[in-house]
Design a protein around this ligand. Structure first.
Ligand code: GLN
Length: 484
């Protein structure tokens, strides 16, 4: 293997900077070369800001916590001066951010360099990146398969060594599930841990920005910098931000791991089940204590999510009216004609489906039957987790019931696609944190190797414990560094 910096993690690259082995300009050049060579085959990036990034790299201060570290950014997080399309035709080439999201200003202050925009499902609605309005994305392990979604581009770039690290967003699994399908590490923080200011909203009570990285160490490092209260996001939490790196001491002896019985019933691919069972035995060997727990309202999670998420989306997407943002249909007859044709041309099928569904569940006469009832079930789901975390420190499950599926396999059947989120969605409804880390490979029917993700869920603000578990697992298995 060449000595390109592109395959390094953040901590490895920092070591090279500090020892003088590489400079930020050299490292960035390596990453850009890797993107030029490998990205056309997988479609992880929507755009690159090589010029500005190289200028930033020339002036980088490598003594800062993230000095000279290039970061790929999911295309729904505002970076001042860069196009932000949310992979939607509505905004494509028609919207340039006028400000930095809070996460971006925090990362910049720590010395990081935003390098490019990553592909995603349009407005983060999807589980495969097939809903991108801009281009198809492919799994780096098997080009006939999807990378997962909605943060598919960020997951691909990290796994394919065309990014050192990336940002994603997770409303119902969009960081953890693509991380699992591509073999990278992804963390969804507790709701409110990371400011959402500057994240284009999908479902505001569920959305969180989080790190997608090669190691849990890197996730810990990024999270310490990204987290904290923000006057620009009233839902951000004011709890002190620990140095998450310090918590990775490998000490999981006596830690109680709960296996939710409802998650291990049926419908799990046998290869995935085997990998997860092996991972659980491994954690047991490291000293953890494994117990069964129950999350009795699991079967309602998907229905509840698709009512609440679509209701919020229908309201959030009302701002896309073609007046203040984005592309507009030409020559309208009147204002209604303008809205109708602009929104019909700008949004893809899945986004329209969600706006219609969300408007329906909020409409007078149906609001109580759907939206209000879903909010009540959401409370029950949250209480399930509160009870489970009285018995266990973390919960462990597969991140997704199957490995990456084939392009086109589920895109004609939205319900099948929604079911792929069965293990990730409840964490967003409950507001808790969770991570996915690679725990094995299964062989597909076409003979390719496909990564499997282990999901570790923690209680509110339990990121330190979650990352301690995934880090201890990574350091004693190394599944996370298998080249694709
Ligand atoms: N796949 C889920 C959905 O389609 C979750 C998406 C997300 O987390 N952004 O809504």
């Amino acid at each position: 293997m060449s000595d390109s910096a592109a395959h390094l993690s953040i901590t490895e690259l920092q070591r090279d900077y500090r020892s003088g082995k590489r400079t930020p300009v050299e490292a960035l050049t390596d990453v850009i070369e890797a993107i030029e060579k490998k990205d056309p085959g997988v479609g992880a990036y929507l755009s690159l800001e090589s010029g500005i990034a190289l200028r930033d790299a020339e002036n980088a201060d490598v003594t800062l916590p993230l000095g000279g570290i290039p970061i790929a950014v999911k295309d729904l997080i505002n970076v001042k001066g860069q196009d932000c399309s949310c992979a939607s035709k509505f905004l494509q080439s028609a919207y340039t951010s006028t400000y930095d999201a809070t996460v971006i200003s925090r990362l910049r202050k720590a010395g990081a360099i935003p390098l490019g925009r990553t592909n995603m499902d349009e407005f983060a609605m999807g589980s495969s990146t097939e809903n991108s309005g801009i281009k198809l994305a492919r799994n780096p392990w098997d080009a006939d398969r999807i990378p997962g979604g909605s943060s598919g581009g960020s997951a691909i770039a990290v796994a394919n060594d065309t990014a050192i690290a990336a940002l994603g967003s997770d409303t119902g699994g969009s960081i953890r599930q693509p991380a699992s399908f591509c073999g990278s590490v992804g963390l969804k923080p507790t709701y409110g841990r990371v400011s959402r200011f500057g994240l284009v909203a999908f479902a505001s009570s569920l959305d969180q920005i989080g790190p997608m990285t090669k190691t849990s160490e890197d996730a810990a490092l990024l999270l310490s910098i990204m987290s904290g209260s923000d006057p620009l996001d009233s839902t951000s939490l004011s709890d002190a931000v620990p140095d998450y790196l310090n918590e990775l001491n490998g000490e999981i002896k006596g830690l109680r791991i709960g296996l939710p019985v409802e998650y291990f019933t049926h419908g799990i691919d046998p290869g995935v089940r085997q990998c997860v069972e092996d991972a659980v035995s491994h954690l047991e060997k490291l000293g953890a204590e494994v117990i069964e727990v129950s999350l009795p309202h699991t079967e309602y999670a998907i229905a509840t999510y698709y009512i609440i998420a679509t209701a919020e989306a229908s309201a959030n997407l009302a701002r896309f009216d073609g007046v203040r943002y984005g592309n507009r249909a030409p020559d309208p007859n009147d204002i209604i004609d303008h809205y109708r044709r602009t929104r019909a041309a700008g949004f893809g099928d899945e986004v329209k489906r969600r706006i219609i569904l969300g408007t329906y569940v909020l409409s007078s006469g149906y609001n109580d039957a759907y939206y209000v009832r879903a909010q009540k079930v959401r409370t029950l789901i949250r209480q399930d987790f509160t009870a489970a975390f009285e018995q266990a420190d973390v919960l462990v499950s597969p991140t997704a019931p199957t490995p990456a599926f084939k392009i086109g396999e589920k895109s004609g059947d939205p319900l099948q696609m929604y079911l792929a989120d069965i293990f990730t969605i409840a964490a967003n409804l409950a507001g808790i944190c969770g991570a996915s880390t690679p725990c094995g490979l299964v062989e597909s029917d076409s003979g390719t190797q496909l990564p499997v993700g282990l999901q570790v869920l923690g209680p509110p603000l339990g990121e330190g414990t979650v990352l301690k578990v995934t880090d201890a697992f990574e350091k004693t298995t190394n599944w996370h560094r298998r080249p694709c």
